[in-house]
Design a protein around this ligand. Sequence first.
Ligand SMILES: Cc1ncc(COP(=O)(O)O)c(C=O)c1O
Length: 418
Amino acid sequence: MSPFNLQTCARPNILTLEPYRCARDDYKDDGTNILLDANENAYGPAVAAEDAARQDAEVDLLGLHRYPDPHQHELKQLFCDLRNTRVHTQKALTPDNMFVGVGSDEAIDALIRCFCVPGRDRILVCPPTYGMYSVSAHINDVGLVKVPLLPAPDFALDVEGIAAALSGERDVKLAYFCSPGNPTGSLLAKADIRRVLEHPTWNGVVVVDEAYVDFAPEGVSLAEWVNEWPNLVVMQTMSKAFGMAGIRLGAAFAAPPVAALLNAMKAPYNIPNPTSELARLAVSGRGLARMRGNMARIVEQRDRMVAELARTPGVGRLRGGTASNFLLYEMLDARGEPDNATALAVYERLAENRGVVVRFRGKEHGCLGCLRITVGTEEEVTRFLAALREVLADVRGGDGSVPKDEARREDVANGVIA
Ligand SMILES: Cc1ncc(COP(=O)(O)O)c(C=O)c1O
């Protein structure tokens, strides 16, 4: 009999980890589904296939036989050039302000490992928010302090509540804010973030996750502000506006001492050569132009969805904002109330009968009855709007059988990721 016992050998917090789920655990990409669930860029990558192919030829198959550059100086400089707008400060960002990782998910985790002592320290999160903050905390045996966003009118930070938590709760090392928010699509007020940064006694780091910032009005990114605040980190990603979720490249801007810690602790070759090559193409010249073109098309479809959904029977309020590439809408029951059973039935029927995969968010704070819908291409939006009208009519017309084991299905549909 082997002495090995997984239950006593593995870390207890890993054994109890809720494995993360995304809508695609339930509904696969079978080539016919419309995937409006993960806030990807419907119009595709910022790098055209022909540009990537040409790069292949020039640079020896993207340098596959060599270890990658551990410092990624050139890529970091391109990110700095993009964000040096002089809107928030006159001080310029340089590569010393940067960490790049395997998606911003690596930065989320690296920050927790950098600042939080397992089993003691905690992070502050503001639900409803991106699920990876709490998943990473759990993996690292780090606790959560929750100060929910203020749902009315548009999911702003509860600055008083946050200040009180940072004064009263022990060992809070990081505060994760998402702006524009996922799943809210709302931009957080710069003045509110400033008030948290100005907390008189808290010894911790404010992390602003700007994964969707390029869908918001120009000049709102606070990346430059890391040169004004030694305890601010701003995260961004190539997965959304740049349409490059497949290369897994995320970035964090921070004051140089913080960036140095993140760089010191990372795996040396964390950014693969093909990722670096493609990211550099995306963040310069033709890539930027292509990204901006795709964004304009997404914004056009976002506006169209807002206009059409306002006159779709059974669709309630737009919750949150329109600063992102997704929208959060209430589904109404036959009495006209936002309702999770209706939203869940709509979610399932859209996916199972119409091949349109969206995201059920009804269990999140302030999101009763809500679906989160990624903005698609013009054709996808047309198909989604028609399918939604039909499904809502069915569900609200009495054919909407309330699921028997509704609580479990809601949990499954809600998931934690993306
Ligand atoms: C708010 C937010 N932050 C970060 C991420 C993860 O981004 P990445 O693909 O860079 O890991 C997502 C992905 O959906 C997100 O919604």
